[in-house]
Design a protein around this ligand. Structure first.
Ligand code: ACO
Length: 334
């Protein structure tokens, strides 16, 4: 059976930079640059301008990824799109991207909802579809607009300071003879912790789905049990990373580059230390992106390429943890 590889990567960040100082200036938020930097490593993030959509961002990142892969739009035959912040309740963002990229060419679009683990879920599914020969060139997209759903008061400050808007895309296609492709991946979920990191409303289990009281209580904003998520994130990412290393008969010494989901710099420092991988063999972008959820890992790929840390045939270990809880890891040759 043929293998798949990542042929190209692209990213898009909105123009508007929002620094910690700008958040500090919002009196009702009661936060500070010092607190955010010390606890998370974040210095700034980007927010979309009025009317800019998740599909718009995904379009820009896709164009870049397709070009980077040395392909044209005509080569793409499937879309897998991950987001926790679709432009509308339904349909998912995949169809909007299909329209922007392909117009009358009716390329299929699969929407997935695995939050910060979306990239790993999407890439694993894309790999299987390429292996079986079902499709030849798949866009795996992550696009998030967090900024329009944040609580800019003290009530929501723990979550609000973390998130930024962005999109990123990889193109997955057939690997040449001898390329190792995706050596191993692992995907997990544990729904008993769903409400420890979630956005509750509007919800179809309620009738009506949202009320003025729910809005007043802030139940339409994301909520997080921060400390608990932090501990699970470190443990689960390390577990999953070790799982894919064992599955593929490799050790952390074989890994050229580690790409971790960008939720908190302290989480990633702890995880990389537990994996006994030197910090030079990783890239973090959270300082200037914040947590961009489904978009984070391919943004790290772009940055690693820019820094000369990601080269042809390198062995890359990626891991992510997020809402659900969902988590996973992948070991692949670049
Ligand atoms: N500014 C100032 N003070 C704050 C802020 C803020 N933005 N947020 C919280 N505080 C205060 C708290 O109120 C608390 O004050 P108190 O001591 O008077 O009660 C104090 O700071 C400490 O709060 P903690 O929550 O204990 O702070 P902690 O060190 O745990 O950091 C953080 C909080 C950054 C949110 C951390 O827990 C974290 O990063 N958690 C994991 C995030 C994550 O991984 N998310 C998963 C991905 S998201 C997704 O999947 C959608």
């Amino acid at each position: 059976m043929r293998k798949s590889r990542i042929l190209g990567v692209g990213m898009y960040l909105p123009e508007r930079v929002v620094t910690n100082h700008e958040l500090e200036a919002m009196k009702e938020l009661e936060t500070s640059d010092e607190w955010i930097r010390q606890r998370t490593g974040i210095e700034e993030r980007r927010y979309v301008k009025e009317g800019e959509s998740g599909a718009d961002m995904a379009y820009h990142a896709s164009v870049q990824a397709i070009e980077n892969a040395g392909l044209t739009r005509d080569d793409i035959d499937f879309i897998i799109l991950g987001t926790l912040s679709p432009d509308y309740n339904f349909p998912g963002n995949g169809v909007y991207l299909q329209d922007k990229l392909f117009g009358d060419r009716t390329v299929g679009a699969l929407d997935i909802r695995n939050q910060c683990s979306s990239f790993l879920y999407g890439y694993t599914v894309a790999d299987s579809l390429i292996r079986t020969g079902q499709f030849n060139h798949i866009l795996v997209v992550g696009t998030e607009i967090h900024s329009t759903a944040l609580d800019f008061t003290k009530r929501g400050r723990d979550v609000t300071v973390l998130f930024g808007d962005a999109a990123s895309v990889i193109v997955v296609g057939p690997a040449p003879e001898g390329h190792q492709g995706l050596l191993a991946s692992t995907l997990h979920s544990e729904g008993k912790y769903a409400s420890d990191l979630w956005m509750e409303a509007p919800a179809s289990v309620y009738h009506p789905r949202i009320t003025a009281e729910m809005v007043a209580e802030g139940r339409h904003y994301p909520k997080m049990n921060g400390r608990m998520v932090f501990k699970h994130a470190v443990t689960r990412m390390v577990e999953a990373a070790n799982e894919v290393l064992t599955k593929s008969g490799k050790t952390s010494d074989d890994v050229d580059l580690v790409l971790l989901h960008q939720a908190n710099l302290r989480i990633n420092t702890m995880a990389i230390n537990l994996l006994k991988i030197p910090e030079e063999r990783t890239v973090n972008t959270i300082m200037w992106t914040g947590n961009t959820t489904a978009a984070s890992i391919p943004i790290c790929m772009c940055e690693a390429i820019k820094q000369g840390k990601l080269k042809e045939n390198d062995l890359v270990l990626a891991a992510a943890f997020g809402a659900g809880f969902t988590w996973g890891a992948a070991l692949f040759q670049w």
